[in-house]
Write a protein that binds this ligand. Structure first.
Ligand code: ADP
Ligand code: MG
Length: 285
């Protein structure tokens, strides 16, 4: 197989007056409808181009509307994290196209991609990924470090983000002094402090007890009600039941795609999480 890459090398560009993200987020003239937040066309990802190839994604075609709340399900190894890495522009597809807000990522240079990742997308991970021995406030301020904001403004925004996840009083605590649920709430505050339009979360409740899971899901539902697109990866049906649309992956393909609430409806009401017998299977609509 040829090792050629389907992606053009970044082309040189003159210095830009405005970062791409602002151009993308700016309202379009004529009151036109927003393009889908995400369009994937025949996206494949193959790891290891040597003797052993793993086809982690196979011709995935997907469209996610702006403002939707989507759960991606699937067993371990089905390609969920690979998909999230591509959606978050942390990795590139081996083939296929990916458009964010109608713009093909192949037409973006490194600066554009960095803008996209830093300002338009908020990431939340299973293991929180907070900086150790650093206060919650400083962790949440971190994504603002490069935004050219004054120290005072950064601090005020971080404090607001912590308050929004119910962690205002714990701003001075370090991660080791917080429970898992509290750490994840700080991580969510860090993800939203830049006011991103899209939240990507990879098994965000995987390490949490049922109460913390409910709290974190309630926060995601609130972010979605504010109009943000939320893509949440989980292998727990109870968690997926809170999304408006559930996509199931298997062996790198979309096996199932069902909508449970309209894009601009409120997210489904929180239900009791991680019920003792996991009896949710057929119980929900
Ligand atoms: P999931 O998140 O659903 O568990 P992943 O996207 O992590 O699935 O993995 C999908 C497949 O790709 C698995 O077979 C996994 O072993 C493989 N894989 C993931 N990342 C890499 C990598 N960096 N190199 C090689 N194989 C990988
Ligand atoms: Mg994974």
């Amino acid at each position: 197989m040829s090792p050629s890459t389907p992606h053009r090398p970044p082309r040189p560009r003159p210095a830009r007056e405005h970062p791409l993200v602002e151009r993308v987020v700016a309202p379009r003239g004529g009151g036109g409808r927003r393009p889908p937040a995400i369009v994937l066309r025949d996206v494949s990802k193959t790891y290891g181009l040597g003797e052993i190839e793993v086809r982690a994604l196979r011709d995935v075609t997907l469209r996610i509307a702006s403002g939707d709340f989507v759960a991606i399900m699937g067993s371990s190894g089905s390609g969920k994290t690979t998909l999230m890495n591509i959606l978050g522009c942390l990795d590139l597809p081996t083939s296929g196209r990916y458009l964010v807000d109608g713009i093909d990522i192949r037409d973006m240079d490194e600066d554009d991609l960095a803008d996209l990742r830093n300002r338009k997308i908020g990431f939340v991970f299973q293991s929180f990924n907070l900086v150790a021995r650093t206060s919650a406030l400083a962790n949440v301020e971190l994504p603002l470090a490069y935004a050219g904001l004054s120290r005072h403004t950064r601090r005020a925004r971080a404090q607001r983000a912590l308050a929004a996840v119910g962690m205002a009083k714990r701003w001075h605590h370090q991660p080791s002094e917080l429970s898992g649920g509290q750490q994840q709430r700080v991580a969510v505050a860090r993800a939203v402090v830049t006011n991103p339009t899209m939240i990507l979360a990879d098994e965000p409740t995987g390490n949490l007890d049922s109460r913390s899971t409910e709290e974190v899901l309630r926060i995601f539902a609130g972010l979605n009600r504010e109009g943000r697109t939320v893509v949440l990866i989980t292998h727990e049906p109870d968690v997926a039941a809170q999304a408006k649309r559930v996509i199931t992956l298997g062996d790198g393909r979309v096996l199932d795609d069902r909508r449970t609430a309209a894009v601009h409806d409120r997210p489904p009401a929180p239900r009791s999480q991680k019920s003792a017998h996991g009896a949710l299977g057929e119980a929900h609509r």
